[in-house]
Every structure is written in C-alpha cells, then in structure tokens.
Write a protein of this length. Structure first.
Length: 334
C-alpha cells in the first residue's frame, strides 16, 4: 500500500520504519526542511529517534504535496495541537478518499474535538467511515527496536478498523481491532494527564502505593468520560485504556511522566518544557480534557488538580493534599 506518514517526530519515524519493513511504499513528511534534508542524507532521524536507520525505501520530504498526493493511507502523527493546521494545508493535495489513521493523542483546544473529529472536520464527512485511531502502550524507541508491542486500531466502520489492523500488523507489532473510536481516543488523551500526576507523585517520593492509586483512579476518570461521551466503558480495560495508562505512568521513556517527575522535584514547568526536544501532550491536554469534562458534567478530580498545578501554579504538595482530603465516596460511582 502507498502510505504517507505526516509528522517526523519519534513515533512518526518509528511507524514509517515499521511500515516500510512490511514492504509498504512509505513517504515520511517533516515540517522542518532542514531536518528532512538531514534525515534523507543520513537515513536516520538523529534528532527524535537516533540509532535506528530508516530503510532505503522510505521517501523523506518536507513538501506536503509529495507526502499526501496519491497515497492510499495517511497517518497523522503531528502533535494534537498542530493536527488541524497541517491537515488543512494538506487538504488540497489529497486525492480521493484514502484511509486516515490518527496516531496523535489529544483533545483539540476550543472545539474539544477528538483527533478523528478534527480530521473529518477538515477533510469532509466523506472521510467519516475511513478514519481510524491507532492507540495503545507503545514507545517509539521500542517499536523501532522491534520489541513486542500490542495496540488497538479503532474505527466506526469495522472494515476500516480491520484494514488498518492488517496494514500495521507485523512480527513484533500486534494490532487488535475495535469499533469504539470514542473510547480508544479518549483513553489516549486522558492517560497523558494522569501520567503527569504519577510523575509528580514519584518526584515527591510518595512511593509505589501512591502511584498505583493515581493510575487506578485515573482509569476511573477515563471510564466516566468515555461513558458520558457514548463510548464503551469496557474499552478502558483494554490496551488503549489500562495498557497505555500503565506504560505512560511508569515508563522511563514517558515524556509526560518526566514532566511530572521534574515538577515533583522542584523544577519550574517552563524550564522543563524549554529543555525538552519532544512534546509532552498532557501539558496542553490538561486544559482541553478538563474543559470537555466540565462541558459534560463529568467529575475528574485528578485532571482538575493537574490543570491547576500546570496552569495556575498550584504547589504540587497541595495538589496531593487536596486529592487525599476529598469527600469520601463509594469506589464505583458514575
């Protein structure tokens, strides 16, 4: 299949390698022309995914027309806050109705759309049945290294989900299919916010029990939001829910956990962000996830406290205290 990967960050580069190794015809688009030139020359993304040579068959470009024109499947892997801009620029060059796979995790600020909704909003309702989301516990370096990984491909149309499942499946990359696009996308968005909380807990030295509690209650928040949005609450128990939550909250390669860890150790948020090459989606998504929860009347106390810490300078130790002193409730409630 002819595939355009839109976004040359760590995960986009890893997916381009994965797909090319499976004998697909892959074009990898970079926003930065200097980086595109360097990757094309060295056959390696030394900025975002060093140490993993790209197959010679991967075409590298910074021209959007070359990246999307004539492709049978497009993978959107830009940071969630940039998806609308990039796909709007790409729209004139997209011919027909290729499959669209969102591998970005987040909720758009303002519209509060999931990424699949952004894609359909930009490209038209004719793509609604052709859009899928790829989500689950998957660090780019581990995917590129061929470490066994399992994810979920979700689409409203089961044929689309199964097509994406077939395209991405490989010897070390197992893909499950789902028709709960809402649940899979929300799991990917919320887990980044909860991972910041888990990092804060670790940075404060609060122990494994605290981290486990945050993860578990983060899963509960995600399930409430999925249910309210019309998704299947069972999805939260799967790879795009618990699986991705556990990985992002505990893994040393997690950008969002790293942000929280450094805040818990006393660093300022802006200093942390200035020192990072890659985007920690949970920082901006704490705003959009919280806004979505408020619009729907869903109580998400961890998300609320992380928003206050990140964007209103609430001290980390006070966040912990306020979470622990909340009114007592039954464990399972809606």
């Amino acid at each position: 299949m002819r595939i355009g990967v839109i976004g040359g960050g760590s995960f986009g580069t890893a997916l381009a390698k994965l797909l090319a190794d499976a004998d697909h015809q892959v074009t990898l688009w970079f926003r930065d022309p200097a980086l595109a030139k360097a990757v094309a020359e060295h056959r390696e993304n030394r900025v975002y995914l060093p140490g993993f040579p790209l197959p010679d068959s991967v075409r590298v470009t910074h021209e959007l027309e070359e990246g999307v024109s004539g492709q049978e499947l497009l993978v959107a892997v830009t940071p969630s806050h940039g998806t609308r801009e990039v796909m709007t620029q790409a729209r004139p060059y997209i011919k027909g109705t290729p499959y669209l796979v969102s591998a970005s995790k987040g909720i758009e600020e303002g519209s509060l759309y999931r990424m699949s909704q952004v894609l359909v909003d930009v490209l038209g309702q004719g793509f609604a049945s052709r859009v899928a989301a790829l989500s689950g516990p998957s660090f780019a370096r581990e995917v590129a290294a061929g470490m066994p990984t399992a994810v979920t491909a979700a689409a409203v149309d089961p044929d689309t989900a199964e097509t994406v499942q077939t395209v991405f499946r490989g010897p070390t990359f197992r893909v499950y299919s789902s028709t709960d696009l809402i649940g899979v996308e929300l799991g990917g968005a919320v887990k980044n916010v909860i991972a910041i909380a888990a990092g804060v807990s670790d940075g404060l030295g609060l122990g494994h029990s605290s981290r486990a509690a945050l993860i578990t209650r983060g899963v509960a928040e995600t399930a409430r939001l999925i249910t309210k949005m019309g998704g299947d609450p069972q999805t939260v128990s799967g790879l795009s829910g618990v699986g991705d939550m556990v990985l992002t909250c505990t893994g040393d390669l997690s950008r969002n956990r790293t942000v929280g860890l450094r805040i818990g150790r006393g660093e300022r948020l802006q200093e942390i962000l200035d020192s990072m090459t890659m985007v920690a989606e949970g920082v901006r998504n704490s705003l959009s996830v919280h806004a979505l929860a408020r619009r729907l009347g869903v109580e998400m106390p961890i998300t609320e406290q992380i928003r206050l810490m990140l964007h209103e300078d609430k001290p980390a130790h006070q966040v912990v205290g306020d979470l622990m002193s909340r009114q007592a409730k039954p464990e399972f409630w809606t």
